[in-house]
Structure formats: C-alpha cells, structure tokens
Design a protein around this ligand. Structure first.
Ligand SMILES: *[C@@H]1O[C@H](CO)[C@@H](O)[C@H](O)[C@H]1NC(C)=O
Ligand SMILES: *[C@@H]1O[C@H](CO)[C@@H](O)[C@H](O)[C@H]1NC(C)=O
Ligand SMILES: *[C@@H]1O[C@H](CO)[C@@H](O)[C@H](O)[C@H]1NC(C)=O
Length: 133
C-alpha cells in the first residue's frame, strides 16, 4: 500500500495476515537485482532464519535492511509471532536518506523477497527502487 500525501510526503504500509498462530519458524529470502535488459541478480541473494536474526542480528546486509523498517513495524521481537505482521507508514524520505549513504551506482533496482513459514513459501514481496546521482 503506497500513499502519496503530498509532493514531499509519501509512505508505504504493509500488512500480512497470519492464519495459523503462533508461528515459530520464519525464513526470508531476498535478492537484489539491477536493471539491464530486464532485472539481473546483483550482489545479494540471502536466505536467513528470521527468528534467529531477530534474536541476535548477525548478517550486516540484513541489519541495514532491518534498520529501515525497525521503527515502523511490529516485527521487532523474536519468534513466536502470534499477531499479524505490520509495517506502518514507512516514510519514503527516511528510506531514501538511509539508502543514499550506500555506495550504489545509479540505476533501477529491485528487491525480490520470499517469506517462508515452516519452509513453505507463503508470500512474495517485491520492491522497486531508483537510485539517482
Ligand atoms: C505534506 O504533508 C505532511 C503531513 O501531513 C505535512 O507535515 C507537510 O507539511 C506537507 N508538506 C507540504 C509541502 O504540503
Ligand atoms: C536466489 O537464490 C535462490 C536459491 O539459489 C534461487 O532459487 C533464486 O532464483 C535466486 N533469486 C534471484 C532473484 O536470483
Ligand atoms: C517494537 O516496536 C514497538 C512500537 O514501535 C515498541 O513499543 C517496542 O519497544 C519495540 N520493541 C523492541 C524489542 O524494539
């Protein structure tokens, strides 16, 4: 869900309804892609155990990604999850500000993610980003 409040304030919200609670095992795979004749794999394709990461954040790339949503999500504790997963009003300026500190060449990027519960893929979330100079 994307909302454009005015020219300078836009945000993203996301809600995932979980049907069988509690959930004690979540894995996430995410890959970065860069556009060049279609989206091609670029640098990262990481699968991690979300319960383990939330217990003790280890992977540095995942840490940066989590920093983006940390203050805007109820997914900020470790497993089990006994509630829907929410990302609330993630401000595009805030995201742009953090991402602009990373040394990526300009271009079109995508992040494709797949969310697994008990090793069964349950949701795909794809995000598209443009890096400008
Ligand atoms: C855009 O909306 C936000 C939130 O309502 C407000 O704080 C801000 O002043 C608005 N900006 C402009 C340029 O209207
Ligand atoms: C990431 O790796 C997995 C497992 O090797 C593969 O199935 C998937 O297609 C890859 N994703 C992308 C976007 O390249
Ligand atoms: C998770 O986020 C909520 C709402 O922002 C906050 O009240 C809570 O302290 C956070 N918990 C952790 C472990 O950071």
């Amino acid at each position: 869900f994307l909302k454009s409040v005015n020219r300078s304030y836009k945000y993203m919200s996301l809600k995932a309804k979980l049907y069988k609670l509690p959930i004690t095992e979540i894995k996430v795979r995410y890959a970065l892609l860069k556009r060049a004749n279609g989206y091609k794999p670029f640098l990262y394709n990481i699968t991690f155990d979300a319960c383990e990461f939330l217990r003790s954040p280890n992977n540095p790339v995942t840490k940066v990604a989590f920093t983006l949503v940390k203050k805007h999500t109820n997914l900020n504790h470790t497993c089990p999850f006994d509630h829907d997963l929410i990302v609330e009003k993630l401000d595009s300026n805030y995201v742009a500000n953090i991402l602009s500190r990373l040394p990526f060449p300009s271009g079109d990027y995508a992040v494709y993610s797949t969310w697994f519960a008990y090793d069964i893929p349950r949701a795909d979330v794809n995000i598209y980003l443009k890096a400008t100079d």
